[in-house]
Design a protein around this ligand. Structure first.
Ligand SMILES: NC(=O)c1ccc[n+]([C@@H]2O[C@H](COP(=O)([O-])OP(=O)(O)OC[C@H]3O[C@@H](n4cnc5c(N)ncnc54)[C@H](OP(=O)(O)O)[C@@H]3O)[C@@H](O)[C@H]2O)c1
Length: 276
């Protein structure tokens, strides 16, 4: 496993995503993922599977100190009071006393960011989470969030894969001693069919998905959370710690980025950074 050390906390850089798994599938897959070796799990209020993820973690037999658990507050819970109550509800569903990382799922310009960040700081001070962060924040909003928080932010979770240039966000996060967690890290499976990734993968005896995940983790400050509902794919996605991509292959994969590469762009999305 590769770890990111953030101010003394070691975080497994490869996590297990759970979006679109229902409670039952999430519980089963978390048990499988734990057997494979995953020690970092990602859920959210909006996934409606916190109960399943929590149940899977208990059933896995892993000690609480041995895994890293993230959940996210949905943006309709960003007013002070609502946020705190929603996190209590998340902890009840997860059947956990605290999570390791709590994220604001998407920016919401209907609620002052100052109010939301203050509530996020409060739940951290109450011990409901060990670390706090943001998700889907472009550079202008990262700057604002960092300026408003009393407690350092650990992570910005954003879409990142070979087809999407995130160099501006990554540079901004590194300057602020923050980490980037890549969601949709394998572009929802579409990297499988990429001829350039196939060629690179063949050289290492790996698949395009494995090469893509390796490419993400070979970048400083980057973590990745591929999702799978299949034990076979989840195991393949974890089998990336026995090879290293050359600088030339790292650059070739970076070159696959294109202006239409973004997959997740809902109507409530913020104004994204333009590609570098
Ligand atoms: N913060 C946010 O706003 C946000 C947004 C989106 C996602 N996320 C998080 O990031 C996680 C990952 O993103 P994602 O689920 O959207 O996309 P993803 O991980 O890029 O792709 C998941 C898709 O790839 C397939 N897949 C997985 N491993 C594979 C393999 N080895 N070979 C072939 N296909 C494979 C999966 O199918 P099978 O299930 O059949 O394996 C699934 O269809 C989510 O689960 C969630 O935790 C966060």
């Amino acid at each position: 496993m590769i770890y990111r050390n953030w101010q003394g906390t070691d975080i497994p850089a490869l996590g297990f995503g759970t979006y679109e798994l229902n409670n039952e599938d999430a519980a089963n897959m978390v048990v499988e993922a734990a057997k494979i070796g995953y020690r970092h799990f990602d859920t959210a209020q909006m996934y409606h599977n916190e109960e399943g993820v929590g149940r899977g973690l208990k059933k896995s037999g892993l000690a609480r100190d041995d895994y890293f658990l993230t959940t996210k507050v949905w943006f309709d819970q960003f007013q002070s009071g609502d946020l705190q109550t929603s996190v209590m509800e998340s902890l009840r569903k997860l059947d956990h006393e605290f999570v390791d990382l709590l994220l604001l799922h998407w920016p919401n310009d209907d609620v002052p960011l100052e109010e939301t960040i203050a509530a996020l700081n409060e739940v951290k001070n109450l011990g409901m989470t060990r670390l706090i962060g943001i998700s889907n924040f472009p550079t202008a909003l990262i700057e604002q969030a960092v300026s408003l928080t009393n407690i350092p932010l650990t992570v910005n979770q954003v879409e990142y894969h070979p087809y999407l240039d995130q160099s501006k966000v990554l540079e901004s996060l590194r300057e602020r001693d923050m980490l980037l967690t890549a969601y949709c890290p394998i572009a929802r499976g579409s990297v499988m069919k990429d001829p350039i990734l196939k060629d690179i993968a063949a050289k290492y005896g790996k698949s395009p998905v494995q090469v893509t995940l390796r490419w993400l983790l070979q970048q400083d400050s980057v973590m990745a959370i591929p999702k799978s509902g299949s034990p076979k794919n989840a195991a393949a996605n974890f089998d990336i710690f026995d090879f290293e991509l050359s600088d030339g292959d790292m650059a070739a994969i970076k070159g696959l980025a294109n202006p239409d590469g973004r997959l997740i762009d809902p109507s409530f999305a913020p104004e994204w950074d333009k590609a570098a």
